[in-house]
Every structure is written in C-alpha cells, then in structure tokens.
Design a protein around this ligand. Structure first.
Ligand SMILES: Cc1ncc(COP(=O)(O)O)c(C=O)c1O
Length: 220
C-alpha cells in the first residue's frame, strides 16, 4: 500500500464509537489519537509508531499530553520550530521547558491507583463491566435505543436515544436534579451520553442504571 502510517482515533466521544481492536494494516505502523480511551485497556504497543493522548479524560488533569513514539521515528527536523519537534523533548527527557509539574504529579498518583486495581487488565475488566451495565439496560428496553452499532460501541461514552426529543430533554433535566451530571449528548448529535471514564466508580453507573429504569417506568 506504500503508506508510512495509518492514523486512527481509538475512541470517539461524540457518537460513542470505539475500535474494539486495532485496525488491520498489513504491517503499516499505526498512529493513534488515544485521548479518550488510553489506560482503559492494554494495547499492543508493537503495532504503533506513535500514540498521543490528552491527559484530561483517563490520565489526569488537563494541560498534559502523553506521547509514546518509536525511537527510530524521532528525528531532528529543520523544518519545525524547536519546541514542536519531538526530538527536542526526547533529548531533554521532557524537560526542555518547565513542564506542568502538578499535572505530572497527579498522573503519577493516577498510575499508582490504576496499578492498585490490577493495572490495565484490571481497568479493562472494570470498563467492560461498567459499560455493559448501561448497554444491557438499553438492550433490555424498547424505550432506550443505543446510538452506535453494537460491534463498535464505546466503553467510555455510552450514547443512547429516547423515543423523542422532548423526553430526552426531560431525562437530561431530571437526571441532573438527581445528581447525575452531564448526560446531555453532544450538541452535534443530540440524545444522551454517559461518559464513564476511569475516574467514574462502578457504583455511579449503577445509580444511573437505576435512574434509567425508574425514568422508563414513569415515562415509558
Ligand atoms: C479523541 C479525542 N481527541 C482529541 C480531543 C480534544 O482534546 P483537546 O481538547 O485537548 O484538544 C478529544 C476531546 O474532546 C478527544 O476525545
């Protein structure tokens, strides 16, 4: 095929779709925007030339981006400003400028927490369990409709629709009153979206599922 790399986004947050496994590229290295599902499951690092991920979803506070790059992809580039070249940051061990020390400290704590839960294998089990609690509730009802194709369902952002937009508005308002914040879908697609990143405890997902059942009983 002749391509140097294939870029993909492992999880997409608006429509709630995720690659269940890496795309097959016949050996062409992958470049991945893993911002929204990094550290939620193990990945086969050998397949990647470069992974980049904003920290703000699963890693820690905003303001840090993690880049994992194959050593032989790091080359000095005369055509880029010094600060924008990965070679600069690799050579200086990410201390070319003063980094976001507080953010990095927090990320250290998050990594310890992930290890205490069984590392990435543990996070994968936990993510799958949390997501299936909601998807099972969706699939068991005629009232809720999953937005994404089943094979591409995201384990980070569960998107669903109700029978009409009026009910969706009501769901968003009542859930917020019940302390379930941020369930309104992205403005470009509407509907509802439960973002269940690593930081969200399984117990919070159970509260949402109870709310969904109750809402259906009252409005279905
Ligand atoms: C996969 C992915 N890439 C990039 C972004 C954007 O990140 P930032 O706001 O740091 O540019 C997001 C977040 O919304 C995302 O989900």
């Amino acid at each position: 095929m002749g391509a140097k790399y294939v870029h993909f986004t492992s999880n997409e947050t608006i429509e709630g779709v995720q690659w269940p496994r890496e795309p097959q590229t016949g050996g062409v290295p992958l470049v991945c925007d893993a911002s929204s599902d990094i550290l939620s499951r193990p990945i086969d690092i050998e397949k990647y030339g470069l992974i980049y991920a904003g920290a703000q979803k699963n890693i820690g506070p905003s303001g840090v981006t993690v880049v994992i790059i194959k050593r032989d992809w790091i080359e000095p580039r005369g055509d880029l400003p010094t600060m924008l070249a990965y070679a600069t940051h690799a050579k200086e061990r990410s201390l070319y400028n003063t980094p976001n020390t507080f953010g990095i400290y927090m990320i250290g704590l998050v990594c310890e927490w992930i290890e205490s839960l069984g590392g990435l294998e543990g996070m994968a089990r936990r993510s799958a369990e949390k997501a299936s609690l909601i998807y099972d509730a969706i699939d068991a009802s005629d009232f809720y409709r999953g937005f994404a194709e089943k094979e591409s369902r995201s384990q980070m952002n569960v998107t669903f629709r109700l029978p009409d937009e009026e009910l969706e508005r009501k769901f968003a308002a009542q859930s917020e009153k019940a302390g379930l914040i941020g369930l309104k879908g992205h403005r470009s697609v509407g509907g509802l979206r439960a973002s269940i990143y690593n930081a969200l405890e399984p117990e919070s997902v159970r509260v949402l599922v109870d709310f969904m059942r109750e809402f259906e009983r009252e409005n279905g």
